[in-house]
Design a binder for this molecule. Structure first.
Ligand SMILES: Cc1cc2nc3c(=O)[nH]c(=O)nc-3n(C[C@H](O)[C@H](O)[C@H](O)COP(=O)(O)OP(=O)(O)OC[C@H]3O[C@@H](n4cnc5c(N)ncnc54)[C@H](O)[C@@H]3O)c2cc1C
Length: 436
């Protein structure tokens, strides 16, 4: 519906993920009796935990999954739905940082993660609007466009056929003149995160995983016989192994993990459905979009033609109303043609950053963890949860397990007091890059 007052943000949007409004109900696993013992206790019911539980249960282990809120409460049903390989560092940078063999293995792992999720969706018959549409990384600054252009050769050396699109041809890919060029990355796609997660939860249930909503793990202690006791607010479970998949919601259940993970908010708005012609002009090829700034935006047009527009928005303690206003302004800078369309949903969730901006997986004394996706977790955390399950079942360790997990080099117990300062620094860098 066209709005008479132009570009002002309407205030009557729903403060919940659009995905929650349009996903099938996940059965409630609240109030079920907890077992006294398990082979494996999984903490966290997102992509990481549910996939670890699915694989372990299918392999015959007695697996109990504990989710403090409700299954899928975290990033796994709040995200932008962009399914893509990659880390903060490209293949060339991975080799510079970790050496030839490890760098290549890490890059292969993220590319394999994309292959794994496409197979998993097909094998489990998950109806989640998955489409392999490729993404376009758009250059916020001229220097970023040069960097994108020069990355083409590197990706080709690693067998990925990317394409640089200069500014004058960008209209073939996206309905804006705001950017300086772009890079098309074909092996990537889009899905409905809520429908995808519901399909995964059903698959874990079918495999025999014992799922629990509303149970927070409080502490883990080791007994004299080497087994672990997971204390929860509903009683204790004795187990041989624990998997921790709590990403941006990591609390003090394993204090050494909380000192390594920095939760950062990411926020999204969704407009009302757009007219067909407008939707096509915004995204002629139906791709997902990212821009190259630190305070990045990510966006796409959904299957039902809504603009789904997300970004970091703020590193200060904030609210959905404030971030919706910031994102709405940003969306209109990029796509002024959306000025008269209403926002119908606004929401946020936590991603997990790490000091080296890499995800981390590890296993020590019966506790295995996978976390720190740095905002890129739909494919990767699906794959790492799956691989952790296989690892505990006797399979190989993920390549990421060879990295050491750095501490945040500051007095830090999970409350990221330094983020506003880091945020200002990143914002300044973005401004300077654009001017330059
Ligand atoms: C707004 C937003 C947009 C994003 N967009 C994208 C995108 O487009 N593409 C992409 O690849 N990635 C994206 N991500 C990142 C992606 O969603 C995450 O990487 C992924 O969902 C992480 O999955 P997870 O299972 O590791 O953690 P989560 O899904 O966050 O689950 C962790 C769970 O652990 C539970 N928990 C914590 N402590 C305990 C405890 N002590 N006991 C029991 N349970 C506990 C929490 O309640 C939570 O449900 C986005 C994230 C957000 C927030």
């Amino acid at each position: 519906m066209l709005r008479p007052n132009g570009s002002a943000l309407n205030r009557d949007y729903e403060k919940r993920p659009y995905w929650h409004a349009t996903m099938p109900a996940i059965p409630s696993y609240r109030g079920r009796a907890l077992p006294d013992t398990a082979d494996v206790v999984v903490i966290g019911g997102g992509y990481t935990g549910i996939n670890a539980a699915r694989v372990l249960a299918r392999g015959g282990a007695a697996v109990t999954l504990l989710e403090a809120e409700h299954l899928g409460f975290g990033g796994s049903t709040r995200n932008g739905g962009i399914v893509h390989p990659g880390y903060k560092w490209g293949p060339g940078e991975l080799i510079e940082r970790y050496g030839e063999d490890t760098g290549r293995a890490l890059f292969r792992e993220t590319m394999d993660a994309y292959g794994l999720i496409t197979r998993l969706i097909a094998d489990e018959g998950i109806d989640c609007e998955f489409r392999e549409c490729g993404y376009l990384d758009v250059a916020w600054a001229r220097s970023h466009a040069d960097h994108l252009r020069s990355s083409v050769e590197t990706f080709r050396r690693f067998g990925i056929e990317v394409e640089f699109v200069p500014k004058e041809r960008l209209h073939e890919e996206i309905g804006t003149t705001f950017y300086h060029g772009g890079l098309v990355f074909p092996p990537s796609g889009l899905l409905h995160p809520g429908k995808y997660f519901a399909g995964l939860a059903a698959a874990a249930d079918r495999a025999g995983a014992d799922l629990h909503d509303g149970v927070r793990a409080r502490t883990i202690r080791r007994q004299a016989d080497g087994r672990l006791v997971v204390e929860t607010d509903r009683g204790a479970i004795l187990t041989k192994e624990v998997v921790v998949g709590t990403n941006g919601y990591t609390d003090g259940v394993v204090p050494s993990l909380r000192r390594r993970v920095i939760p950062i908010g990411s926020y999204i708005i969704a407009t009302e459905p757009l007219p067909e012609e407008l939707a096509r002009s915004l995204s002629p090829k139906g791709r997902a979009f990212f821009d190259t700034k630190n305070f990045l935006y990510y966006w796409h047009v959904s299957e039902d033609r809504r603009m789904i527009f997300g970004g970091r928005a703020s590193f200060l303690p904030t609210s959905v109303d404030r971030t919706a206003a910031i994102l709405h302004k940003g969306m209109l800078e990029v796509h002024p043609q959306l000025a008269s369309y209403r926002v119908e949903y606004a929401w946020g969730g936590n991603v997990a950053f790490t000091f080296d901006r890499m995800p981390h997986v590890g296993r020590k004394d019966g506790i295995t963890y996978a976390m720190g996706c740095c905002g890129t977790g739909v494919a990767l955390m699906t794959a790492l949860g799956t691989k952790v399950g296989e690892w505990l079942g006797g399979g190989p360790a993920p390549a990421l397990a060879s990295l050491s997990f750095p501490l945040v080099p500051a007095p830090y117990e999970g409350r990221p007091w330094f983020l506003p300062f880091a945020g200002e620094w990143f914002r300044l860098q973005d401004r300077l890059a654009r001017r330059g």
